[in-house]
Design a protein around this ligand. Structure first.
Ligand code: HEM
Length: 537
């Protein structure tokens, strides 16, 4: 003990003699730096300790499991995550991986998902979302908690039930255009890829409902916008996988960066134009109202003012009216939300509808049952637009949609950066970790869904849902940062799918098992989804 104290005293004396050469200010700075380093190292050691208690693959010094993620075929990202999770996360529903110095914890068990998604303090997205920022800026999907809170509050009313019911007409109109396009494929007995059809239909629907602008994507399918959108998704995925492409100063010197910038130019000029045109219309309308007030010395009738104030506004109008009335949102902020909602609002629903058509085409008995339900509700009428009530009554169709989203959740991975520790059973996932909820696998937990790979819409009959863990099925995420557009999505899908099924019978041309999956920003089939259509008798 004496020797120990003596050694420390000597070390302290040496440090003091070193500091005696330095000015007091430099000494204070040095001491602060030493303290910061000691604290950082302590925190880091704690983080490493807790992460490495979680099962995971063998890792190399410094690069960890980076090679496993970055090397090889870029289309295998989701496959690799799922297989690592199957191998190491089977027992506790969690596994860990180090992407260089960054720890990731993959989760596919409902009881481990709950403490993360339900906690209102854990709403920070992981750094992986930052690679979407040049495109989406601080839109709802990518923004930090401090920016996200007020914006989410502003936008929530735009997806109110009353507004959605006004969209039903547009949903139907665009579904009829899709039917016209499908009719052109009646003679195509070899089959065709359904994904471009649902994608363009969903894009038309979103632009016309939420932003009041008709882009006619279904009629003009080779639009520059659609191509740029597809390409930027690929570039971002590639960058996410390849650690060395992550730093801006490297990425900026690649050919991909030039393509990335070209895509941004196309995408941003589209959304800028939409925002500016709508803003000009709103400003002109306001002027008209002001002129009317000036003309009438007594001012406008009270009830006409009330009617304007009470009207519920759709997404873009809500943002623009807010920015004109001093909500603090700039034109750039509005554009960021437009870009975010266009991707959130059409890619996801498009993928879901395509998968569901393939699934229905693979099981004629299920298709018969859903057609029977629709015919019964519509009294055999195959043309009239369904009312909101009739759509609500299509319960079995809803089960088919939910089951489709279980097997093929449009967003297969949800990542969060933890800002506080989370306890799961005997494990601590420390603050600072990136957690990745593997929704694709969570939805295939055999203890929750027996025979989990089978397409079985009965899984969502009320009697089969009762008692199920609320976080076992989360296609729209859950908790405070869940999907803002989920009611919109289900309603749109019901309208489009029922409109298709009233006219056509669907047959899958390929087996589900043969479809290669791409874990892009959205879960897509690598080579499309081939179906055949015939007119219903
Ligand atoms: C089948 C269709 C859809 C699915 C499966 C889906 C799924 C999801 C999921 C899982 C999230 C959470 C993402 C995360 O935390 O990383 C999310 C967020 C979001 N979704 Fe959806 N979505 C769908 C349709 C829509 C639609 C139609 C809209 C717009 C009308 C929309 C707009 C958004 C937005 C803006 C966010 C970010 C919300 C926030 O952070 O506050 N989504 N969606």
């Amino acid at each position: 003990m004496d020797v120990y104290l003596k050694n420390h005293a000597t070390a302290a004396a040496k440090i003091a003699s070193l500091f005696s050469f330095l000015s007091p200010v430099t000494t204070v700075i040095l001491v602060m730096m030493v303290c910061a380093i000691v604290t950082y190292r302590k925190r880091r050691a704690r983080l490493v300790y807790h992460i490495n208690r979680i099962p995971g693959p063998f890792m190399l010094p410094i690069i960890g499991n980076g090679l496993h993620v970055s090397l090889g075929c870029k289309d295998e990202f989701l496959d690799r995550i799922v297989s690592a999770q199957k191998m190491y996360g089977r027992r506790i529903g969690m596994s860990r991986a180090w992407n260089g110095p960054i720890p990731y914890v993959m989760i596919s068990k409902a009881s481990a998902v709950e403490p993360i998604l339900s906690n209102p303090k854990l709403v920070e997205k992981s750094v992986d979302y930052d690679y979407m920022k040049p495109w989406l800026g601080n839109g709802l999907l990518t923004s930090r908690a401090s920016v996200w809170h007020p914006r989410r509050k502003t936008l929530t009313p735009a997806f109110h039930f009353k507004i959605l019911s006004e969209f039903v007409n547009i949903f139907h109109k665009q579904a009829l255009v899709m039917n016209e396009k499908l009719a052109e494929q009646l003679d195509n007995q070899g089959g065709f890829d359904i994904v471009p059809f649902t994608t363009l239909c969903a894009l038309d629907i979103f632009c016309e409902t939420a932003m009041g602008c008709a882009v006619n994507a279904q009629k003009n399918s080779d639009s520059e916008y659609v191509r740029a959108h597809k390409q930027i998704g690929k570039i971002i995925r590639n960058r996410l996988q390849k650690v060395w492409l992550r730093p801006d100063f490297i990425f900026k010197h690649t050919a991909e960066y030039r393509k990335h910038q070209e895509c941004l130019q196309v995408l941003h000029s589209f959304s800028d134009r939409v925002v500016q045109e709508r803003k000009a219309e709103i400003v002109a309308k306001r002027r008209q109202v002001e002129d009317l007030i000036d003309l009438n010395n007594n001012g406008p009738a009270e009830d006409s003012i009330d009617c304007c104030k009470k009207k519920q506004l759709a997404f873009l109008d809500l943002l623009i009216e807010g920015s004109l009335d001093g909500s603090g949102l700039t034109d750039l902020d509005v554009r960021e939300e437009v870009d975010t909602f266009v991707i959130g609002g059409h890619d996801t629903t498009a993928a879901a509808m395509a998968w569901i058509l393939l699934l229905l085409g693979s099981d004629q008995a299920i298709q018969d049952r859903v057609i029977h339900e629709i015919d019964e509700i519509m009294n055999g009428d195959r043309d009239r637009r369904p009312t909101m009530q009739e759509l609500n009554d299509m319960k079995y169709l809803e089960c088919c949609i939910k089951e489709g989203l279980r097997l093929y959740p449009s967003i297969p991975l949800i990542a969060r950066r933890l800002t506080e520790d989370v306890q799961v059973d005997d494990y601590i996932i420390p603050s600072g970790t990136t957690t990745m909820i593997v929704v694709y696998q969570l939805h295939r937990d055999p203890t929750v869904f027996p025979n989990p790979d089978k397409y079985n819409p009965d899984n969502f009959l009320p009697e089969n849902c009762s008692g199920r863990h609320p976080y076992a099925y989360i296609p729209f995420s859950a908790g405070p940062r869940n999907c803002i557009g989920q009611k919109f999505a289900i309603l749109e899908e019901k309208m489009v799918l029922s409109t298709v099924l009233r006219k056509f019978r669907i047959e899958a041309v390929e087996r589900r098992e043969d479809v290669k999956l791409l874990g892009d920003l959205v879960l897509r089939p690598r080579d499309g989804l081939k179906i055949r259509v015939s007119r219903r008798q």
